[in-house]
Design a protein around this ligand. Structure first.
Ligand code: AFP
Length: 324
């Protein structure tokens, strides 16, 4: 008969623990681990390509536009192919939704697969040609919740390609954890976590060129941020990079509706909802102008939403009394 003394202690992660090892230590099922390994494999290929893209003629536009009417960059196409080609092989995935693909991909031969994966292969494409930070965003749901609200996500994360390539992975059971890519061994290594978003920050991120077409409520909020709250502006043009700052240092990111983007600019399923999920697990919050992002049921896969995302204090200030 075995005793408690025979039970091996659960090994704690260290900065030598790889992301696959971390997920195994936390008891995640093998199919889930395989999916995250494929996501990070695609991200490693993207990180490697980014380092030499300028030398290999991989910068610049393809000449096509995507389903959103946006110019597709060569690296958008490359990153999308990396994600799709890897994930297609995984029988545990029955549905894929990408920013770069018009329709949801339902894998008929994987009909029994339990996961659906949503992703934006390159977030912040306008930063590509100027060598600034960009990211890849992903979100996992069970297949039966493909059209559910954001609370049906079971995991979400992003890879940020900055001075270091980092992966942030959020799961309700384990919190939000940060892994850093070590190119010398080709692995993402556990770095720290669970992360808590500070209750309040000292900066906000928004494209202020749109200020005049924001609603009076959003304008008043930004006036408060600049004035009484004493915040500075930090805006990079890549949601992942701006969000990462807020996750670590607190603050707020906003892309509200404006004259050009009547329903906001950011896409619900593979931008707003995954980051809202990460924010909430870390103690922050995300709202569209009048509802919690995680309660929005999508009408279509490329739906856009206004997004106000960040620390609890700033979001509380934005919300009318009843929404707090
Ligand atoms: P994509 O590169 O995936 O289209 O995303 C860019 C983005 O959606 C987001 O990352 C930025 O915060 C935002 O657009 C920038 O928009 P503006 O150029 O209008 O400020």
């Amino acid at each position: 008969m075995s005793t408690a003394a025979d039970t091996p202690a659960v090994e704690a992660e260290t900065t030598e623990t790889t992301l696959p090892e971390y997920l195994a230590l936390r008891g995640e099922p093998v199919e889930f681990r395989a999916m995250i390994r494929q996501v990070t494999f695609a991200a490693k290929k993207v990180a490697a390509e980014l380092r030499v893209a300028g030398l290999q003629g991989m910068l610049g536009a393809t000449g096509h536009t995507n389903v959103q009417g946006e110019t597709v960059q060569r690296l958008d196409e490359y990153a999308n192919a990396m994600f799709v080609n890897n994930l297609l092989r995984n029988p545990a995935i029955s549905d894929l939704v990408s920013e770069e693909i018009r329709d949801e991909m339902h894998m008929a031969r994987h009909n029994t697969g339990e996961y659906a994966l949503f992703f934006d292969p390159i977030d912040g494409s306008s930063n590509l040609d100027v060598n600034l930070s960009i990211g890849s965003i992903f979100s996992v749901r069970r297949t039966q919740h493909v059209r559910g609200d954001g609370r049906t996500q079971i995991a979400a994360g992003y890879v940020m390609y900055g001075p270091a390539t980092v992966c942030v992975l959020a799961m309700p059971r384990h919190g939000v954890n940060l892994f850093t890519y070590d190119p010398s061994i080709g692995e993402f290594l556990y770095t720290r976590g669970p992360l808590r978003m500070p209750e309040e920050g000292s900066s906000y991120g928004a494209n202020e060129a749109n200020y005049r077409s924001w609603s009076p409520r959003v304008q008043a909020f930004v006036e408060w941020l600049r004035g009484a709250a004493g915040h500075s502006t930090r805006y990079s043009g890549a949601l992942v990079a701006d969000f990462h700052r807020i996750l670590v240092k607190g603050g707020v990111y906003l892309y509200p509706s404006d004259d050009r983007n009547r329903n906001g600019k950011l896409r619900l399923l593979y931008e707003a909802a995954p980051l809202a999920f990460i924010a909430e697990i870390a103690g922050g919050r995300a709202v569209s102008e009048d509802s919690d992002i995680l309660t929005i049921v999508p009408r279509e896969i490329h739906q856009r939403v206004p997004l106000i995302l960040g620390s609890a204090t700033e979001i509380d200030h934005f919300l009318p009394r009843g929404g707090r």
